[in-house]
Write a protein that binds this ligand. Sequence first.
Ligand code: IFL
Length: 434
Amino acid sequence: AMAGLVSGAASAAAPVSAAGKSEFVTVKKTHFARKGKSYYIAGANFWYGGYLGSPSGVGERARLRKELDTMKALGINNVRVLAVSEKTAMTSAVRPATTNGPGKYDEDLLAGLDFLVDELGKRDMTVVLYLNNFWQWSGGMTQYLNWFEGTPAIDPNVTKDYDDYMAKTARFYANKDAQKEFRGTIRKIVGRVNTINGKAYRDDPVIMSWQLANEPRPGNGKASDKEKAVYTKWIAETAQYIHELDKNHLVSSGSEGLAGSAQDAKLFMASHSSKHIDYLTYHLWPKNWGWFDSKKPVESWDGAIAKSRDYLNTHIDMAKTLGKPIVLEEFGLDRDGASFDIKSGTKIRDRFYGEIFELIQRRAANGEPIAGWNFWAWGGAGRAANADYWWKQGNDFMGDPPQEEQGLYSVFDTDASSLALIKDHAAKLRLLQK
Ligand SMILES: O=C1NC[C@H](CO)[C@@H](O)[C@@H]1O
């Protein structure tokens, strides 16, 4: 088998397993390979994993170890994690941040990422690291524009105007100073040497891929051809830049798919056809996108699940056309009665998860290019601290970032039916690895 042939370029430094098979996750046609076998992602979103790993301040290393043990026991083999945050005045953003201004990094927080990566290696788990955020909850692109445009970072929780937010935030891609700073941050993270185990990130197969950003969008739903061209160019050039720094790892965009491409299939295909984008990603948010009304779950279920199935299938078909693997790396639904309370039920969410797992399992078992899933998001032992369910500095981290109610989409360690479902389907995916 052509094991070890990494899309992009093979590397002399690529560690191989005893059987001489690349330890890195690689792409072979429309599938992932790892250690000589096909590899499927049964993953969790765990944006705050690096925060828990910090040696001081917000770090909770005992909790992190326990969360990873719990996930491992469920058969979760991959986590998707925020690698970089930017300090910002916005209330909806996480504090502290790994970056306190252009080129000013918080080494304690970055050491948290080192600890996470090392602990994942001990559990034979892999990680997808996203290097930026189109949304405001980690500072992200709007904070870069505050630094380099001098415009205020925009919090859509305050302005309540997402169209305005998306159009302005997309100016990040063409802002030369912002891109120069972003590339400096890319070099800092991709070129990092793990302070826990001394391994260079670029040579560590625990990292599965570098992701340009969380949910990068070309602008809002009315994005112009010019904005679409700028976005497409940014993806290709930034992905190429990462591959130039790191010959071992895969690169993905972090796109939601059509919902993150102004519903323009041509744009999604064009912006992901670059040879520097190794695999495709998509996200599925029936409630956020107005397909599911959590106040009218029975009336809105049929429409929501039909649109969800269509979304799932359409993107697998586009992956076939592009000849690349695709991962459903985010999906979620809220708790029964649209409650944030950990004591509320998860019947509807479990049914939704089950439908998704089954559709993906069926098409993956058919050898189609769907390479797995990451649910959004791991709440584990995290608990909401305030009656209004909003996050405040010092509160537990959980699956819901600060811009959303703490409990909205989190899967907690007490959500037994959800965990059982995840465990069952992780095991089914694992059977496909040969
Ligand atoms: O990346 C994301 N997608 C959807 C999540 C839930 O709304 C959100 O918290 C996050 O910004």
